[in-house]
Design a binder for this molecule. Structure first.
Ligand SMILES: NC(=O)c1ccc[n+]([C@@H]2O[C@H](COP(=O)([O-])OP(=O)(O)OC[C@H]3O[C@@H](n4cnc5c(N)ncnc54)[C@H](O)[C@@H]3O)[C@@H](O)[C@H]2O)c1
Length: 407
């Protein structure tokens, strides 16, 4: 409804202020019951003078134009004669979150963020006991800007994991990102946490790929075909001249569905059944699965390949075997990976490699403290478990982009 109002306003033969237009025309015509509360809502939405200017010039407030949920709230509140308590928070749905995070700028943003660092306390896991179904979990991932930074943001990703939802036919994981001003604690925006997570995850891998894969890497093997894996080709194309994409998944239907959706997005991908051969041909092998046993074998990897492991996030999960790690120059997103990821925990525990085998973190690479790939022949290896730093960087990018009026 709001976009229709804005369209009509823009087409006015005799321009006037948007506020005037709303008061004189829209409220009567749309049969909105409370003129006063609607005006209050509009004024609050346009509470900052910059937004009022925009409105008067026919450039509606980005908060109204981009945030569907907020649009709904304002109009609903007006219809019901309620006054919204606080409309200054930007509510960004999944579609707008995705639109604000194109991969190339996101990878660049992450490179800056990993260079600068931030404060990121250990994530909190809270178990929520359930009867008649598995326990649920509430996960909180806070992070805030270092005190010396010019931009001061604070954010928390809130994730609920409800395994019992499978029986309800509902997704097991729901994620929301809350962004604040770190100076005064004001709430700034509420965003779709799933979109933040999946995009920052593959962009983090692409950033590692920028340091670790061969510059002429053209062929990419994607192992897994789920939500995260579906974004890997696009993210790598932002940093390398990827021309050939192959997909392997334990579930062939998932692989088919991903190949089709990539095709719809203009990325030609083939499904492979011989994994050994596919690993042996790829310049980059990127895995995002839920596997608990090694899928990628060191013996299959050709020289010069970059191995990127996204999936395993517990000490019991594995995506590559010990040999793959032993023959590679290995890196991690953050040092937490050494304690959380089975692909590192297990070979370190059994003495296949020591902790010193890990060259360093993405922050070390971004700060130039360590070298990435040094020769065209070496095999490189990156293991990520995800970071609140990357969430905060992505959320900041969404907020600033929408504030500036871009999508
Ligand atoms: N590193 C990070 O920052 C980060 C962030 C988000 C998700 N993840 C992890 O990435 C993984 C994938 O997440 P998702 O949301 O895409 O999940 P998803 O359920 O959407 O997809 C998982 C895919 O992996 C496939 N799969 C499962 N077991 C497999 C196996 N043994 N071999 C090959 N394929 C297998 C499934 O068929 C499915 O296609 C999860 O483990 C998730 O926790 C990591």
């Amino acid at each position: 409804m709001f976009s229709e109002i804005i369209k009509r306003f823009r087409n006015l033969a005799n321009p006037c202020s948007f506020d005037r237009y709303l008061k004189d025309n829209v409220i009567e015509r749309e049969n909105i019951s409370s003129r006063i509360s609607f005006s209050v809502c509009v004024e609050r939405v346009f509470s900052d003078p910059h937004d009022l200017d925009n409105a008067a010039m026919g450039r509606p407030s980005i908060r109204v134009a981009q945030s569907k949920t907020l649009k709904g709230c304002v109009v609903d509140a007006a219809r019901e004669g309620r006054t919204m308590v606080d409309t200054s928070i930007m509510i960004v749905d999944a579609e707008s979150t995705i639109a604000a995070l194109p991969f190339q700028p996101l990878v660049n943003e992450l490179q800056v963020a990993f260079r600068r660092g931030c404060v990121a306390p250990v994530r909190h896991h809270h178990t929520i006991e359930r009867t008649g179904e598995p326990d649920a979990t509430l996960l909180l991932m806070p992070a805030w800007s270092n005190p010396n930074e010019e931009d001061q943001y604070l954010g928390v990703k809130l994730v609920t994991v409800v395994p019992g939802n499978a029986a309800r036919g509902l997704p097991g994981l729901t994620s929301t990102y809350m962004l604040y001003n770190a100076i005064d604690g004001r709430q700034l925006a509420l965003m779709d946490g799933n979109a933040i997570t999946s995009r920052r995850t593959v962009a983090t891998s692409a950033l590692a790929g920028r340091f670790l894969s061969r510059e002429d890497a053209r062929s990419l093997l994607v192992i897994g075909a789920g939500r995260v894996a579906s974004l890997i080709p696009e993210a790598y194309q932002a940093v390398r001249p990827i021309e050939k994409v192959a997909i392997w998944d334990i579930n062939i239907d998932n692989a088919r569905a991903l190949a089709k959706s990539l095709g719809d997005r203009g990325i030609c991908a083939e499904i492979v059944s011989d994994l050994e051969q596919a690993v042996g041909r790829a310049d980059v092998v990127s895995a995002a699965t839920l596997s608990t046993s090694a899928i990628i074998k060191g013996a299959w990897i050709k020289s010069g390949t970059h191995i990127d492991l996204i999936g395993g996030f517990t000490p019991k999960m594995r995506e590559a075997d010990d040999a793959a790690l032993a023959l590679s120059r290995a890196y991690v997103d953050t040092r937490e990976a050494l304690h959380e990821a089975g692909d590192l925990v297990q070979p370190i525990e059994t003495g296949v490699v020591s902790q010193d085998h890990i060259q360093g973190t993405l922050a070390d690479l971004a700060n130039g403290l360590i070298q990435g790939r040094t020769t065209a022949e070496e095999v490189t290896y990156f293991k990520a478990v995800g970071s609140a730093l990357a969430d905060l960087a992505a959320a900041k990018m969404v907020y600033e982009k929408i504030q500036a009026g871009g999508r």
